[in-house]
Design a protein around this ligand. Structure first.
Ligand code: SF4
Length: 155
């Protein structure tokens, strides 16, 4: 019996379904949309992404015609660009340029400014991360070893 490896497109469909589940779990949360969470020098944190999430980002960038040029990227909010380290996917209008395909970490409202609603329990969240890692392993050997988004975008 031969087991066929799933295509990247099939895995991306599974990833989209998983993202929809996450979004539904956080549906009652809100945030003031300051974009601070997309500025890693301000939060001191950033999403770590698996191989399948990177593939989704690459597809989304390709669909919208390539990477953001420097003059389309976000301007600093408070200090300077070097200190704020805005995500390279955040555009000048304060929008995530790949919003529908943003990684799991960007969907979980980790910013202190978010207004929490009923959300997933720790167990449910752990299970979602486990499923994401499993998906990434099926995509690429070692794909579950998540890397900082900033480093991935610099490569
Ligand atoms: S991928 Fe989008 S939502 Fe996530 S940090 Fe970058 S700009 Fe913000």
């Amino acid at each position: 019996m031969s087991t066929q490896r799933p295509s990247t497109d099939e895995l991306l469909d599974e990833l989209s379904a998983l993202y929809r589940e996450v979004d539904a779990l956080y549906a009652l949360w809100s945030c003031p949309g300051t974009t601070e969470c997309c500025r890693f020098g301000i939060t001191g944190r950033q999403p770590y992404v698996t191989s399948i999430e990177i593939a989704a980002i690459e597809h989304a960038i390709g669909r919208r015609g390539g990477p953001l040029r420097p003059n389309k990227r976000a301007l600093p909010l408070h200090t300077d660009a070097a200190q704020e380290r805005a995500c390279g996917l955040l555009d000048r209008n304060g929008r995530c340029s790949i919003y529908a395909d943003r990684p799991l970490g960007c969907r979980t409202h980790y910013c202190e400014r978010a207004a929490p609603g009923p959300g997933p329990s720790r167990e449910v969240l752990r299970d979602l991360v486990r499923r994401l890692q499993e998906l990434a392993t099926r995509h690429e050997m070692g794909g579950d070893a998540a890397r900082p988004l900033e480093r991935v975008l610099d490569e």
